[in-house]
Design a protein around this ligand. Structure first.
Ligand code: SAH
Length: 259
């Protein structure tokens, strides 16, 4: 069996800052204006990279991880805007199905159909969902976040008892900061609980190359008119710490993962 090589990806530097510092035998390789950090995390070969924002940036980065670095699986951590009213800022979503909400080749194809693949979404394997659920569950239950985010910050963002959700995600090249748009997507894609800008692109490439993937998103905003207000501060002070802890736990528990 080929050696396991895990790709670790985020869209913004803040989302996975410091994670590359966890690597031993670390090397830096610059390709396509991105820095890929290779090395070992808890002894497992890994590659850490910031894709930049949006579907194209995400697609080219995951393709490079697969073809140039030979990754055998991917974990993505980042933030997302809530569509479901059940989600609060600070909650965590593990994505099950990934839709591209800006894919629309009507009248030639149906809305949201991925051209020439004949599918409407890309799905995470059940065993990956279960493993991610265990990792994120441990992060939330053991109140790891109270150890890494100050109570001042948690209060400022009204984060008290964040919860874990497994659900569908829609991705597209738009930042949602508008209630009308939010209502529209709710109507068109009923099962979608949050929106972001990379997941479904990563999922498509992983599907095409048979690479298992896990995408974990912390809710940063409610995808409405207030979405942009505290966004930079949330990423800087909260989301970056969530990502770090989740990645650490993901690697600490790998022995228990059934793949
Ligand atoms: N103003 C920010 C722009 C970030 S774009 C900046 O200057 O850096 C938003 C990023 O967070 C994307 O990577 C996307 O995946 C995620 N995201 C968080 N909330 C979102 C929302 N409401 N709509 C779309 N993407 C969102």
């Amino acid at each position: 069996m080929a050696e396991r090589i895990i790709g670790i990806m985020g869209a913004m530097p803040e989302e996975i800052r410091n994670i590359n510092e966890l690597l031993t035998e670390r090397k830096e390789i610059i390709l396509g204006r991105r820095t890929y950090y290779t090395g070992r995390l808890n002894g497992v070969r890994s590659v850490v990279v910031v894709s930049r924002i949006g579907k194209v940036a995400a697609a080219v980065t995951i393709t490079t991880l697969i073809l140039e670095f030979g990754i055998t699986e991917l974990i993505f951590t980042g933030v997302a805007g809530a569509i479901s009213p059940d989600l609060e800022v600070g909650d965590i979503v593990i994505g099950r199905r990934f839709y591209q909400h800006d894919m629309d080749a009507r009248p030639i194809m149906k809305q949201f159909e991925i051209p020439l693949l004949g599918v409407f979404y890309f799905e995470t394997e059940e065993s990956r969902l279960q493993y991610a659920q265990r990792v994120v569950g441990e992060f939330l239950e053991n109140k790891h976040l109270h150890a890494v985010v100050s109570s001042e910050e948690l209060n400022r963002f009204n984060i008290h008892a964040p919860t874990l959700h497994i659900g569908d995600i829609a991705s597209g090249d738009q930042f949602f900061s508008d209630s009308d748009k939010k209502q529209r997507i709710k109507k068109e894609l009923h099962s979608v609980i949050c929106v972001e800008m990379e997941g479904a692109a990563v999922a498509q490439v992983c599907f095409e190359y048979h690479i298992p993937f896990t995408i974990i998103r912390t809710i940063s905003d409610a995808a409405d008119e207030n979405a942009g207000i505290d966004f930079p501060s949330f990423i800087e002070n909260v989301a970056s710490k969530y990502s770090m802890e989740i990645i650490k736990l993901y690697f600490q528990n790998l022995d228990a993962q059934l793949i």
